[in-house]
Design a protein around this ligand. Sequence first.
Ligand SMILES: [Zn+2]
Length: 294
Amino acid sequence: MVSASSQSVRLAASNFGHRGLFSLILLAGLPAWSATLDEVTERGFRHTTLDQALVAKATARANKVLATTGIRFVPTWQMKANEQGGAGSVPLYLVDSAKEATTPAAVPEGCHCVFVNPRFLARWATFNSTGAARMMIDRDYFLTFVLLHEAGHIHDGTSAGAFKDGEMSQLNVDPSKAKTEERQADEFAANLLRQRANATPANDSSIAANFVVNELTKLGWNMQAFRTLDEFGSFSVGRPSVFFDDGYSHPNMALRILRTNNLIQRSPETQLLLDAFEEARERGANAKRLHAPR
Ligand SMILES: [Zn+2]
C-alpha cells in the first residue's frame, strides 16, 4: 500500500526542477524514514493505553492456545524499539478513533498485524452482559476468542477490509466473500479450542482453552436470553432484526457464537440450538401470516 504521505512526497519530487538530484536525496533518506511509518496513525486511528494490562493477559492466553501454530501475537507496547518480534509474530496495536467502531478487533488490509479497540470491547461486553438472566461476560476471556479468530485471518491470509480515516470499511470486500472468510476464521478458532480443551493430560494450553470455551458458553446463554426475554415472540416469526445478518457483510453474531459452540462441543444440544436459530431465519425469510386472514 502506498501511503498518502509518501504519495505527497513523490508528488513534490515530480514538481521539483532538479528531479534526479532530489530523488537521490530522497532515496538516501528513505529507509530510516519508511521504518518510522506508523500502521495506526497511517489509517487515521490513534494509539491508546486503555486496558493495556487486560489485553496483555488475553494476548498471553491466546498465545498459549496458539502454541505450535506458528502464530504469536506481540503487544507493541511490550516490544523494544526496532524489535521485529521474530518469525510468526504478529504485532498487536491498541487503537481508538473518533469514528464509530464495528468490531473489537481486526486484521487491517495491508498489515501483518492486528488492531484491538478496547473501548468498543468494553461497551460490547457490557451490552451483552446487561438484562434479565444474563451472566457477566469477562471481556478478557472473550477477547482471547476474538484474537484466535484474528489468528484465523492471519492463517488464511484474509483481512477485515481496508481501514481508512479511523473507520473500518468493508466496501471493497465482496459481501459473500467477507462472510465466508469470517466463517473460516471462526472455524480456525473453534477447531483449535476443541483440540486444546480436550488435550490430556491438562496443561497450560488446555486450561486456557477451557476458560475461553466456558466464556463462549456464557455468551451463548446471554444471547439466548436476549432472544427469549427481550425479544419475546421474535423466534416464532424469525424477526429480521434478531435473526438476520447485521449489515450486508457481517454475519449475525449470535449465529456465529452458536456455530462456534457447536463446532467445539459437537453435542446434540448445541446442534439443536443452532438448528432452531437457522429455522427461525428461514421463517423470517419466508414471512407468512401468523393467522389466516378473516
Ligand atoms: Zn473476522
